[in-house]
Design a protein around this ligand. Structure first.
Ligand code: PMP
Length: 395
């Protein structure tokens, strides 16, 4: 008898149908019109966007839009090939140079998406003879990068340097390399890795350290360079990974390092070699956004003020917060999936869009209403989000 390959997904379909029956249409939301970085029209209703990762609110910046249009005119709509097969476009090289300069690192490689940056970097750095130690709360792209690498995997308890210490000790010396992977700001709960605790382990164990700053690039640190910048430990981070889909407001990703052999990864990373390079307009937009980010540090100040305002407001409602530190990722814990669906829908109907995050995409099988704050949110919008949470979630 033939096994229908799609049969295994029937339980997912059942789950989606159950949610839809409860009124949840989050999987089918279409932004018919974007009014601004924080407002969209869905159907015939205007909603406040509170889940977009548009941290710097830069998606409608006229300088970025102009750069994207110019690149379209001069270089066309797409690159139609990989950089290994077809060569780079001038803007790929420029973006890598600009990013390396911004990060004060010698080498930078740009990828087509942030997801591919994690796939490429982790599978390029580690092979079957090596071991990757990854935080249990790591983003799926980190898990997938580990799988692609074929490396041995050791998961340690979230943000628990003592647990990693124990596991590094147990692993001993098997002749392979060791890579420890952390995130700057964790994507679901919004807490940050205690970098100093992990760096301290370098005195006792031999390993190289990689930080995925997807949610912290542009956001953390006096210069916006990420977690290492915030705690003054950039020189201890061997490899930095990031994305252009959040603070940069475009699409793409990068890996960066001071390692003298870093550029050889270009010939070892399948997710870099066997996919078309990022489109000219997206890369040009990213270059322009990186400039704006540096020229306008007030955006960073604004996002922190907004994050503080939303976090404090939601906490004051008595909601169960995802973590006890403030960051632009602000999650509210829900007791179960049914409640999450009902509350998400009530928020949406009242004009506020947040992310509904449920297992398996969440740590510890948590159900979350996840907000992400933008520098472009006005105080009125933040207050409106809090008021709608009060009506739709608390009451
Ligand atoms: N790393 C982390 C921690 C993420 O949260 C994400 C996406 N949310 C990615 C990588 C992938 O980035 P992108 O969506 O730009 O591909």
């Amino acid at each position: 008898m033939m096994v229908d390959l799609l049969d295994k997904h029937r339980s997912v379909l059942d789950r989606v149908q159950r949610m839809t029956a409860m009124g949840f249409n989050g999987l089918g939301v279409t932004n018919d019109q974007m009014i601004s970085p924080t407002r969209a029209v869905v159907g015939n209703r205007e909603i406040i966007l509170a889940g977009t990762n548009n941290y710097m609110g830069i998606t409608f910046d006229p300088r970025c839009i102009a750069a994207g249009k110019k690149a379209l005119d001069e270089f066309g709509t797409g690159t139609t090939g990989s950089r290994i097969a077809n060569g780079s476009f001038a803007m790929h090289v420029e973006l890598e140079r600009e990013l390396a300069g911004f990060l004060k690192l010698q080498h930078c490689i740009v990828f087509t998406t942030g997801y591919q940056a994690n796939l490429g970097m982790l599978s390029g750095l580690a092979g079957p003879q090596d071991t990757i130690f990854l935080d249990a709360d790591s983003h799926s792209s980190i898990y997938d990068g580990c799988t692609l690498s074929g490396a041995k995997l050791v998961r340690f308890r979230h943000n628990d340097a003592a647990d990693l210490d124990k596991r590094l000790g147990r692993a001993g010396n098997d002749g392979g390399g060791k890579l420890v992977v952390l995130e700057g700001i964790y994507s679901m709960l919004g807490d940050r890795a205690p970098l100093a605790d992990f760096v301290a382990l370098k005195k006792r164990h031999q390993f190289q350290l990689c930080v995925d700053d997807a949610h912290s690039f542009g956001v953390l640190g006096p210069h916006g360079r990420g977690l290492g910048d915030e705690v003054g430990l950039e020189s201890e981070v061997d490899f930095v990974i990031g994305t252009f889909s959040k603070s940069i407001g475009a699409i793409g990703g990068f890996g960066a390092s001071n390692h003298p052999l870093f550029d050889t990864l270009r010939y070892a990373m399948r997710p870099y070699m066997f996919t078309a390079s990022a489109s000219p307009s997206s890369v040009a937009t990213s270059i322009a956004a990186l400039k704006v980010l540096q020229e306008e540090p007030e955006r960073r100040a604004r996002i922190w003020a907004n994050s503080e305002r939303l976090y404090t407001g939601l906490k004051a409602l008595g909601l169960d917060m995802g973590c006890d530190t403030v960051s632009p990722v602000i999650a509210v814990k829900m007791p179960d999936e049914v409640t999450t669906v009902i509350k998400w829908d009530a928020l949406f109907k009242a004009g506020v869009y947040v992310n509904m995050a449920v297992p398996p995409g969440t740590p510890n099988r948590l159900c979350l209403l996840r907000c992400s704050v933008s520098a472009a949110h006005t105080n009125e919008e933040i207050d409106r989000i809090i008021a709608v949470f009060k009506d739709a979630v608390v009451n």
